[in-house]
Design a protein around this ligand. Structure first.
Ligand SMILES: Nc1ncnc2c1ncn2[C@@H]1O[C@H](COP(=O)(O)OP(=O)(O)OP(=O)(O)O)[C@@H](O)[C@H]1O
Ligand SMILES: [Mg+2]
Length: 214
């Protein structure tokens, strides 16, 4: 059974057909590299899968359960998490950002604390816990955003060019964290041009070209 199965996915902006995909099946434990030229629709595709953008959709199911196309976001968040290319962090603190999803889900502070610490340690941002997010570098922001996503243990993680505009060292760190997320419990879909992520072990290549997914 696919983790997510989308059939009859069509997206147009005005007259322009962006893509027309008969079937897209994404599996748990698999990672996918979504490539394609500028403007081919990578960001749009990820946003549709997260339910953040509307499209013509024949049917969509998650873990075998049919989801109404208009309810993808409400029903699948936070099992499906989308990370923006330039992650938005709340202007509180790094720790508060990482804790945000658990707090929103109603988890008590005492219970959250150990999980937040663990996620920040994983992402190597413990030393930044009390720094105002606007002071962070691009790479640090990405790592905080990855910690904030990972703490929710999403079944599917959609990453939009997570290493774009980062220097060599930051790219290496972020790519390392993403590699760790690509395990049996997660499905990771990454829109990228980055050769370092392209070498992700066993990743399935999906290429958007001429309105089709190849
Ligand atoms: N809200 C919108 N209204 C009209 N056109 C849009 C809208 N959003 C995106 N587009 C167009 O759809 C196309 C695909 O955009 P998208 O951002 O998905 O491409 P991309 O593959 O992510 O590109 P890049 O590699 O530059 O990130 C682009 O031509 C873009 O201008
Ligand atoms: Mg894009």
């Amino acid at each position: 059974m696919s983790l997510m199965l989308v059939r009859g996915l069509r997206k147009s902006f005005g007259e322009r057909l962006l893509f027309d995909v008969a079937e897209l099946a994404l599996q748990s434990g698999s990672s996918y590299l979504l490539t394609g030229g500028n403007g081919s629709g990578k960001t749009t595709m990820l946003r549709i899968l997260a339910g953040l953008e509307t499209a013509q959709i024949g049917s969509v199911s998650f873990e075998g359960v049919t989801i109404p196309a208009g309810e993808i976001c409400t029903q699948l968040s936070p099992r499906v998490v989308y990370l923006h290319q330039h992650p938005y962090l709340f202007s509180s603190s790094v720790a508060a950002n990482v804790a945000y999803g658990l707090k929103a889900a109603g988890m008590a502070h005492a219970k959250r604390e150990a999980l937040v610490r663990e996620a920040m340690t994983w992402a190597g941002v413990n030393h930044l816990a009390h720094i105002a997010p606007h002071k962070l570098s691009g790479g640090e922001k990405q790592r905080v955003a990855l910690a904030r996503a990972r703490i929710l243990n999403p079944k599917m993680l959609l990453l939009d060019e997570p290493t774009a505009n980062l220097d060599e060292e930051a790219r290496r760190q972020v790519a390392g964290l993403i590699r760790q997320m690509c395990d049996n419990n997660h499905c990771v879909v990454i829109a990228t041009h980055d050769p370092e992520l392209m070498t992700l072990k066993d990743a399935v290549q999906l290429r958007l070209e001429n309105a089709a997914l190849r």
